[in-house]
Design a protein around this ligand. Structure first.
Ligand code: P1T
Length: 381
């Protein structure tokens, strides 16, 4: 089945044996009757499993060319489940430019539990190997990175992970499986903040994991059930509905992203634009090889690297709503230093380019002419 068919039908066979409804019903129930202890029809308690969530988990697996999908109450809950595969004393090599909340989870929760994180620039993926030792259990890659749009070579990272018998997890939130399928490139775990493009309508907070290996899936399922950070049936339904248009939305996000990136690139008041579609992007060739297009996320700084000017612009934008999050049909703007990445200490974030003058755009699927006109009025000529 090709991707554009999978978004609609992937994992969705026989979702309603009772009446044949085309959409999976919302099983709004916490529990299921048993004829005798253990005598149930496959579900016993909705933390452990729910038919609407199960339909969604099959859809997640199908989109990422995986075998097993797991749905969580948020992207961070999904990441949390991955880190719970580890034990005190274990080490992780992680991308240094990553979502601020992932960094906060790693440094302010799990470092206290005795897990050590090495945050490194992975633009040259071979650097990862310098930080792998006998304690390393996980390589955490986010690509494209949030918010600097760095590209990390997943195949190269996977080769290092295999060589050292370490798990490779890829946060595929920015690319989505429409653009990039990390399991096909050798990753063991693919993770999503499904809150973003997968849901696509800024109405659900959710996370996803997809794997191929049965033993790994069983362990992650054990953690999901034992820790309990599951999503509910209503949200599972909304996510299934969102996924059905992922391919058409992503196509437009990519087209509009290109238009906006090129507009900003040619603007005299803009110092630098971060978008992997530019031939001048340091890892453009890797992006071209591992992604099918370049997406709708763009970051930029104005000339003079001026904080006040950046704030003035995000306040003045009208169609781009100033808000946390990304990946919805509506365009959003963000100021990473004070919003999504505020939990990363200034000196750490500035090392990766997250300066006070940086603006991040999530380019939506409105008419590109209107988006450019909005930027024009906000940035000025
Ligand atoms: O917000 P949540 O669903 O828990 O997902 C966390 C997360 C994980 N990974 C990446 C790459 C993310 O971008 C996020 C969430 N990011 C934002 C809210 C944001 O505005 O960047």
């Amino acid at each position: 089945m090709k991707f554009n068919t999978k978004t609609i039908h992937g994992g969705q066979h026989n979702v309603d044996p009772a009446y044949g409804s085309v959409m999976p019903p919302i099983y709004q129930t916490s529990t299921y009757s048993q004829s005798t202890p253990g005598g149930h029809k496959g579900f016993e308690y909705s933390r452990s499993g729910n038919p609407t969530r199960a339909a969604l988990e099959r859809a997640f697996a199908s989109l990422e060319n995986g075998e097993f999908g797991l749905a969580f109450g948020s992207g961070l809950a999904a990441i949390d489940a991955v880190v719970k595969l580890l034990k005190p004393g274990d080490e992780v090599v992680s991308t240094n430019d990553l979502y601020g909340g992932s960094y906060r989870l790693f440094t302010q929760i799990y470092e206290d539990f005795g897990i050590k994180f090495h945050f490194i620039g992975m633009e040259n993926a071979f650097r990862i190997e310098d930080f792998v030792n006998e304690k390393t259990k996980l390589i955490w890659v986010e690509t494209p990175t949030n918010p600097m749009m760095n590209i990390i070579d997943i195949k190269a990272a996977a080769a290092i992970a295999k060589k050292h018998n370490v798990l490779l997890a890829v946060d595929n939130t920015f690319a989505t499986p429409y653009l990039q399928r990390p399991l096909d490139l050798g990753a063991d775990i693919v993770m999503h903040s499904a809150t973003k493009y997968l849901g696509g309508h800024s109405d659900v907070v959710m996370g996803a994991l997809v794997v191929r290996d049965k033993e790994l899936a069983d362990r992650l399922y054990f953690i999901q059930n034992a820790s309990g950070a599951v999503c509910g049936p209503q949200d599972s339904f909304l996510m299934l509905r969102g996924i059905k248009t992922l391919h058409v939305r992503m196509q437009r996000h990519c087209e509009n992203g290109k238009r906006v990136a090129e507009y900003l690139q040619n603007h005299l008041k803009i110092e630098k634009v971060y978008w992997p579609g530019f031939e001048t992007h340091p890892n453009h060739e890797i992006a071209k090889a591992q992604m099918d297009d370049f997406g709708g996320m763009i970051s930029f700084v104005t000339k003079g690297n001026d904080y006040d000017e950046a704030i003035r612009i995000v306040e003045k934008l009208k169609i781009f709503t100033l808000a946390e999050s990304l990946g919805g049909v509506e365009s959003l703007s963000g100021h990473p230093a004070s919003m999504t990445h505020a939990s990363i200490p200034r000196e750490e974030r500035e090392k990766t380019g997250v300066v006070d003058a940086l603006i991040r755009l999530s380019v939506g699927i409105e008419d590109a002419d209107d988006l450019i006109a909005d930027l024009e009025q906000a940035i000025g000529g």
